[in-house]
Ligand binder design. Structure first.
Ligand code: DAH
Length: 335
């Protein structure tokens, strides 16, 4: 047998060996004093002088390699034997797989509701210009409404968007009506963390532009939204409000789902909770974009507050602390 096939044969035998005794007998059979490989090594002296160096080198290399392999196999068998006995009836270890954040879960749920109504989902940048965040939304410089938004300004004059409304303008610049969009995303305002305030929060903006859209369409759409989130029995109420980018403006309040309007700590004894700001898009905005013959409605909601109401959470900071025990309660996969 040539050296190569002998090497392969021994390798295979070592791999298959399951006990220390088996490995040891293989060592003796091949590498022992009278072993097969040893015999080959001894016979090299009988070869013609010019073949000796090459054959000797090859046989020695093989001897060393097999010696190593035998050592490793012995180690492997020893460590395996020293492992504690495995109880196969024990439950397996669960892999630590991540899940969706409660705000993402709610955001997806709301997006689904609007997708069913024919809305498309679009997004916009979190770093905005004054133009998109304020001016184009009918809120010029020195407009008192700018004070309501304590804004984080960047050194270059840009800012962190204070609401998702700029996406209305960005969308209308690119696409002409009729259109229906919603836009979820992060917003920022100068605020210190407390149980109900956070310098960052998530909003969902909505916009429906067409011809002959009415306040009734707006109320119907938002009422359906409230019922889809909080159940079909939830009562909604609309009150006049003010936003520079809508005229007329309104806000939707829902009956407190905890006390059913009686007044409790969640609704601060008011019996109702404010959820969405809305209105008919201000004609100034549509006209300046060249869509004077269209009309429509827009709305915006902070989903952190909605999530707090829906899931009965009394501190907004829980959304940002990354406590796994808190987050896992919302995770469908229950990992
Ligand atoms: N952007 C408003 C805010 O952050 C919410 C809002 C109100 C959005 C009325 C709208 C709207 O699109 O029509 O408070």
């Amino acid at each position: 047998m040539d050296l190569e096939s002998l090497g392969k044969e021994v390798q295979l035998a070592i791999q298959k060996a399951a006990s220390l005794d088996e490995v040891e007998s293989l060592r003796i059979k091949y590498l022992g004093k009278k072993g097969e490989l040893t015999k080959v090594l001894h016979s090299i002296g009988k070869l013609p002088a010019n073949e000796r160096p090459k054959a000797g080198k090859l046989a020695n290399k093989l001897k060393n390699e097999l010696g190593e392999l035998i050592k490793e196999k012995k180690e492997e068998i020893k460590t395996h034997k020293s492992l504690p006995w495995e109880d196969l009836s024990l439950p397996g270890r669960r892999p630590n797989v991540g899940g969706l954040h409660p705000l993402s879960i709610l955001s997806h749920e709301i997006q689904e509701i609007f997708i069913k109504m024919g809305f498309s989902v679009v997004t916009g940048p979190e770093i905005e210009t004054e133009y998109y965040n304020f001016t184009a939304l009918n809120t010029p410089k020195d407009h008192p409404a700018r004070d309501m938004h304590d804004t984080f300004y960047l050194k270059d004059g840009r800012l962190l968007r204070t609401h998702t409304s700029p996406v209305q303008i960005r969308t209308l610049e690119k696409h002409s009506p009729p259109l229906r969009i919603i836009s979820p995303g992060r917003c920022y305002r100068v605020d210190t963390f407390d149980p109900i305030h956070s310098p960052t929060f998530t909003q969902i903006e909505g916009l429906w532009i067409d011809k002959n859209i009415s306040m009734a369409d707006l109320f119907g759409t938002l009422d359906l939204l409230a019922k889809s989130i909080f159940g079909k029995d939830v009562k909604t109420e609309f009150f006049p409000s003010y936003f520079p980018f809508t005229e007329p403006s309104a806000e939707m309040w829902i009956q407190c789902p905890f006390c059913k309007g009686k007044g409790c700590s969640v609704c601060k004894r008011r019996g109702r909770i404010e959820t969405v700001g809305a209105g008919m898009v201000h004609p100034n905005i549509l006209e300046s974009l060249g869509y004077g013959e269209f009309n429509g409605f827009a709305f915006g909601m902070g989903i952190d507050r909605i999530a707090m109401t829906k899931y009965d959470i009394d501190d907004i900071r829980l959304f940002f602390q990354n406590e796994l025990q808190f987050l896992r309660q919302f995770d469908d996969s229950k990992l």
